[in-house]
Design a protein. Structure first.
Length: 305
């Protein structure tokens, strides 16, 4: 959806208006909004790029220049909340918090005439911002854009109290729930995808498909601390004995970040917990994605991350 808005009409406060919406938004609804912005003397700066190369950089540049941001938070948005919309939502929230950019939530039942009135008055708020953020931060609302039907992130899995918490488990005790994992994976998409060129890694599909697997595959059963069975000479048992679980986790994440596939495989074989997290809830999987290391990403996924 998109189209440029011309100036004219009332001399409203907001000259540049940028938006986030599902491409399945009802066309008349979108046009109603564009007309309201135009009548208020503003320019609608959002055009649908089809997520071509560099789409997010272009979208976020315009968002940063905008005087007002609008989220079309209707049913189409909720039913089709893709990782791309999550990226836009996080950027809108950042601009709102750090720059104070006003945000309108155009919700079901709202009319373009209401937006026009708010634009003319210079209102800074419209709609329920906290409810929108709660929706965006709930990983179960994320949808795989390539799925034939609505696919959501895996439901919460209750783990024994003694087991290491998994960052995909929504609402788990301690260490970030599903929202934290979703935020980290979308950040990895932004920061790692271009660095890896989005090209095909071993096994085909490239980083984009591997990230999709990381985000939508169900969480594995709780991983018990590796004991390196049998302890043969030079085997995993001896190495594991020289590292505590925290040190092995740090080494695992460092190998994933640096693209050291051999070291990563060695640590996995030695019983390192592939779900161990750093202070921000990031796992080795997140770090390999963020730094654009598809071989390490693939290795971790195959190991059950």
């Amino acid at each position: 959806g998109g189209g440029g808005g011309g100036g004219g009409g009332v001399n409203g406060k907001y000259k540049k208006v940028h938006a986030s919406f599902s491409t399945r938004t009802f066309a008349p609804t979108l046009q109603d909004l564009i007309d309201a912005v135009t009548k208020a003397g503003g320019i609608w700066t959002t055009s649908h790029t089809g997520q071509t190369a560099g789409w997010f950089e272009e979208w976020s540049r315009k968002a940063g220049e905008a005087c007002l941001l609008i989220v079309i938070f209707v049913q189409a948005y909720k039913d089709r909340f893709t990782p791309a919309l999550k990226m836009e939502a996080d950027e809108i929230d950042r601009l709102h918090r750090e720059k104070g950019t006003p945000v309108y939530l155009f919700e079901e039942g709202h009319q373009g005439s209401q937006v026009l009135s708010n634009l003319i008055d210079g209102s800074k708020v419209m709609g329920d911002y906290p409810a929108w953020r709660r929706f965006c931060d709930d990983a179960s609302n994320l949808v795989d854009p390539n799925a034939p039907a609505r696919a959501v992130a895996a439901p919460a899995v209750a783990a024994p109290a003694a087991a290491a918490s998994h960052p995909q488990v929504s609402g788990g005790g301690g260490g970030g729930g599903g929202g934290a994992r979703a935020a980290l994976v979308t950040r990895a998409m932004k920061e790692g995808l271009d660095k890896a060129g989005g090209g095909g890694g071993s096994g085909g599909g490239g980083v984009r498909d591997l990230l999709r697997m990381a985000l939508f595959k169900p969480p594995p059963p709780p991983v018990s601390g590796g004991a390196g069975g049998g302890g043969g000479s030079g085997g995993g048992g001896a190495r594991a004995a020289n590292f505590n679980s925290k040190e092995m986790g740090q080494a695992l994440r460092a190998a994933a970040r640096n693209g050291d596939e051999a070291e990563l495989q060695k640590l996995i074989n030695d019983g390192a917990n592939i779900e161990s997290t750093d202070g921000s809830g990031g796992t080795a999987l997140h770090w390999s994605a963020r730094f654009g290391n598809p071989a390490c990403l693939k290795l971790l996924l195959e190991a059950g991350a």
